[in-house]
Ligand binder design. Structure first.
Ligand SMILES: [Fe+2]
Length: 317
């Protein structure tokens, strides 16, 4: 295959992990200690003046996520409390760009955890609120504009499982071009999408398109797109279904996947439309508690708790 950015054999593992220097770690510790425990850390104002060292280091990280392998995992800052990991992610998100509203409650940083171990996706639960494996996707499907960064921070891993799956979109695109060119053509035509959680309107966009550098970018969350087609009364034809099956089969090829279980305090910074993601199923410890319960004073082990922010790059960076 030509032009592969990376597959699992060519991935440069040494570029994936990034540890901030002591000065940057101290900037984060100082600020986290100053603001303490917050119900909603995303209401905190981040003044770039206080983070000069981090801003310098973020240039390297941005370059790797924009032009390199499209992902970086920030190493944990030793000694942070569970709620200070939220502050860490909020600082990095705000310094990378403009954070995006994620729900009707006004949250820009949300917690991903299993709301109820007895509820399953087939019963109508939202994937990010369960412990089940989902389908490989991009997060940015609810608005036509693309934003660059998805940040996923780990406050606590699961007792068992919950590995993160990261898939190189460019490699999948090159593979489809070679082995399923007709299906690829269909994926590059328009599909219908919902402004889910934002408005009742629908919009149209392809699943795969090429950016100004000729690189493949993806918009893919199959169940949401299928729901939009149903609402629009435009049933997918057999060629479209076949093309989607070809895409999902390619995304599920292990050679295009990095599988990594985020550790406590680590933050994945991913180029959302260039790498797709998913996670494997997991189970939490018995009687484990959520971040909000812990903040309210309840004692116990945290269940698998991840943090999510979406960030649109500043226009001049
Ligand atoms: Fe996601």
């Amino acid at each position: 295959m030509r032009n592969l950015k990376w597959d699992i054999n060519s991935l440069n593992q040494s570029k994936i992990f990034y540890a901030f220097n002591d000065e940057s770690n101290q900037e984060i510790r100082d600020f986290a200690q100053k603001i303490g425990k917050h119900q909603f850390v995303d209401q905190t104002v981040i003044n770039p003046e206080n983070f000069k060292s981090i801003i310098k280091e973020l240039k390297t990280i941005e370059k790797e996520v924009d032009q390199g392998q499209k992902i970086v995992i920030l190493k944990a800052i030793p000694g942070l409390m569970y709620y200070e990991i939220e502050t860490f992610q909020w600082i990095v998100s705000k310094l990378l760009g403009e954070t995006i509203l994620q729900n009707e409650e006004g949250r820009h940083l949300i917690h991903i955890f299993d709301r109820d171990p007895m509820r399953r996706i087939k019963d109508g639960a939202r994937y990010h609120q369960t412990h089940e494996m989902g389908a490989i996707h991009t997060d940015n499907v609810n608005i036509p504009e693309t934003y660059q960064y998805l940040l996923v921070g780990c406050v606590a891993p699961a007792m068992i499982g919950g590995e993160n799956i990261i898939v190189n979109g460019q490699a999948v695109y090159e593979y489809l071009k070679e082995y399923a060119p007709k299906e690829l053509e269909i994926l590059m035509e328009k599909f219908t999408w919902e402004y889910r959680g934002i408005s009742k309107e629908l919009y149209e966009a392809p699943i795969i398109s090429l950016d100004s550098h000729g690189e493949a970018q993806f918009r893919h969350l199959r169940t949401y797109m299928e729901s939009a087609h149903l609402r629009a009364g435009k049933l997918l034809n057999s060629d479209q279904v076949r093309a989607l099956d070809a895409l999902d089969a390619a995304l599920n090829m292990s050679c295009f996947q990095l599988i990594y279980r985020l550790q406590e305090g680590e933050i994945l910074v991913a180029n959302d439309s260039k790498v797709l993601h998913d996670r494997k199923c997991f189970v939490d410890a018995m009687d484990s508690i959520s971040i909000d319960e812990k903040k309210a004073g309840k004692q116990g082990h945290l269940r698998r708790s991840l943090l999510r922010t979406w960030v649109r790059q500043f226009p001049n960076s």
